[in-house]
Design a protein around this ligand. Structure first.
Ligand SMILES: [Zn+2]
Length: 126
């Protein structure tokens, strides 16, 4: 087919359900693939669980994927670490001491992630 003809006058394309691929190819009305109805998200999707996040890996149910998981923890210097590091720096100890608070575990925030889906669950703040 080298040229496409304009649709005849009066041709109104069906307002819904454009022809499927198989239909267009074979001209056969294939069994219309029923779009599965999205399950109505009710109680199971409402995330109201307040996960008690501690400084260590916590056994919980991931509110995102619903898996039973042990949270993956990752520490990062919290505000205290930065502030105390800054204060130490201000008070004249420049020989790397300002980095100490960033290495003290007690100053670290603990971030919890889901190992299954990777979603961020929250953090434990010191
Ligand atoms: Zn998850």
């Amino acid at each position: 087919m080298s040229k496409s003809e304009p649709p005849p006058y009066g041709f109104v394309p069906p307002p819904q359900a454009p022809p499927s691929y198989a239909q267009a190819i074979n001209g056969v009305n294939a069994a219309a693939p029923l779009t599965p109805q999205q399950p109505i998200l009710t109680a199971q999707h409402i995330v109201t669980t307040v996960i008690p996040l501690g400084p260590h890996s916590t056994h919980t149910i991931c509110p995102s994927c619903g898996c039973e998981i042990n949270t993956k923890t990752k520490t990062s210097p919290g505000l205290i670490a930065y502030v105390s590091g800054f204060l130490i720096a201000v008070f004249g100890c420049w020989l790397g001491c300002c980095l100490i608070p960033c290495c003290i575990d007690e100053c670290m925030d603990v971030h919890h992630n889901c190992p299954a889906c990777g979603s961020y669950l929250g953090r434990h703040r010191r």
